[in-house]
Design a binder for this molecule. Structure first.
Ligand code: S3P
Length: 430
């Protein structure tokens, strides 16, 4: 439990580590690839380390040189040992994407996870991957999950019941081992990094409306180099802090600007936020600069169900902005937040109430009445959820004499450098 805040305005520019979702995909997709991936600005977070450890267990080689580049080669022999157990830690992306890859590798694999990951739904990947011909057994729809992979899978046409980039990606990687066209439809668009990467590696992919088709089988080859843009979900906490703390003007460089990840900027702009973006590169993913400045006249807004998948990880940061916006904001159709690293609807509402902010919680979201001042020196529980620790740090900056936030160490899951950048920027103590 540490006392954070209050904060002061920050004027300046920052750079952040590589995007977590893209880092995971580059690491895990190396298992499907003949050749090497050289990675620059790979995220050093615990979840990404979990993916690195997983591919090592499966026979990949990982070389680091002293320029912080890392080169990965998938196993030469694309077959695995008789029975392999892989610990996926706290990482839903590792567990779900890896399941899709293992479904198409002959062998027996068991995936486990920590307490939080072991509570999260896995039937959503087991169903489509079983339809494709892999043998998958979950434990009451959760981890541990046993996968008996097959060297050839069947193509499927699949309507996803829930929009999820992890499920979509698991099916797409399995589809690279199926002879024929696999077609996936999503209720509303989620992040498309798997589609972008597979197309970049040469896969035949068609994306139209909310439907993606991939022609299998597909095996990528060659030596590739990737500059990973900064993590835009991590950037979201800095953007919101700059909007809320007087005299701030922040510039975040070389950050991911993929539109399936930047919808939170549109939401903040419609609240009256002073934000500008500019694209500086389009290597395999759009990259650029985000500038955000103190915005004293934020207005409430309503987040609709169809918007939620495109800003699922930024809802904690956006909610913090809503807490200081004029009027009542609502978040609807966000029940997926209940099955993240914590029940984020419950945990956010509990923290807002503790700060004296009026919230009304329902099954699939909540409403927040904006306020000018929050009370200080309470204790906020993060339930070991990294994005809660970061969101509550913004509340702490806005408090008069600081707020105690529990389990700050949890930021290691997605953003180990968070406090060493955030606190000096906003001149806040710990
Ligand atoms: C992710 C997808 C999202 C997101 C998670 C990362 C990804 O999860 O919340 O942090 O990298 O594909 P869902 O697919 O469960 O929505």
């Amino acid at each position: 439990m540490s006392l954070i805040g209050p904060g002061k305005g920050f004027k300046g520019s920052i750079s952040l580590a590589g995007d977590k979702s893209i880092s995971h995909r580059l690491i895990l997709f190396s298992l499907l690839h003949h050749g090497s991936f050289k990675l620059r600005n790979l995220s050093a977070c615990d979840d990404v380390k979990t993916s690195l450890a997983a591919i090592k267990t499966l026979g990949a080689t990982i070389d680091r040189d002293n320029t912080e580049e890392i080169t990965i080669r998938g196993p030469d022999k694309k077959t695995a040992a008789e029975s392999v157990e892989i610990f996926c830690g706290n990482s839903g992306t590792t567990a779900r994407l890896l399941s899709g890859i293992l479904a198409g590798l002959p062998g027996r694999f068991v995936l486990t996870g920590d307490n939080s990951l072991s509570q999260r739904p896995m039937q959503r990947i087991a169903d489509p991957l079983s339809m494709m011909g892999a043998e998958i057994k979950t434990t009451k729809s959760k981890l541990p999950i046993e996968i008996i992979g097959q060297s050839r899978l069947n193509p499927i046409t699949y309507q996803m019941p829930v929009a999820s980039a992890q499920v979509k990606s698991a099916i797409l990687v399995a589809a690279t081992r199926a002879a024929g066209t696999t077609t996936i439809s999503e209720p509303s668009p989620s992040r498309d990094h798997s589609e972008i990467l597979l197309a970049h590696l040469g896969a035949k992919l068609q994306c139209k409306d909310n439907q993606i088709s991939l022609d299998g089988p597909f095996l990528s080859r060659g030596d590739y180099c990737f500059n990973i843009p900064a993590d835009v979900s991590s950037a979201a906490f800095f953007v919101v802090a700059a909007l809320l703390i007087p005299q701030s003007e922040i510039s975040i460089e070389n950050v991911l600007l993929n539109p399936t990840r930047t919808h939170f900027l549109q939401v903040l702009k419609r609240m009256g936020a002073n934000i500008q973006t500019s694209i500086t590169a389009n290597n395999f993913e759009l990259t650029g600069t985000i500038k955000a400045a103190y915005s004293p006249k934020l207005q409430s807004t309503d987040i609709l169900p169809e918007e939620v998948p495109a800003l699922i990880d930024e809802i904690p940061a956006i909610s913090t902005a809503m807490a200081f916006a004029k009027g009542v904001s609502t978040i609807k159709g966000a029940q997926e937040l209940r099955v993240k690293e914590s029940d984020r609807i419950k945990v956010l509402c509990e923290a807002f109430r503790a700060c004296g902010i009026k919230v009304e919680e329902n099954d699939e979201g909540y409403s927040i009445t904006g306020t000018e001042e929050i009370s200080s020196e309470h204790r906020l529980k993060t339930y070991s959820d990294h994005r809660m620790a970061a969101a509550f740090s913004i509340l702490a900056l806005k408090s008069k004499s600081g707020i105690f936030v529990e389990d700050l160490d949890s930021v290691k899951i997605s953003f180990p450098e968070f406090f060493s950048i955030f606190l000096p920027c906003f001149n806040a103590r710990l």
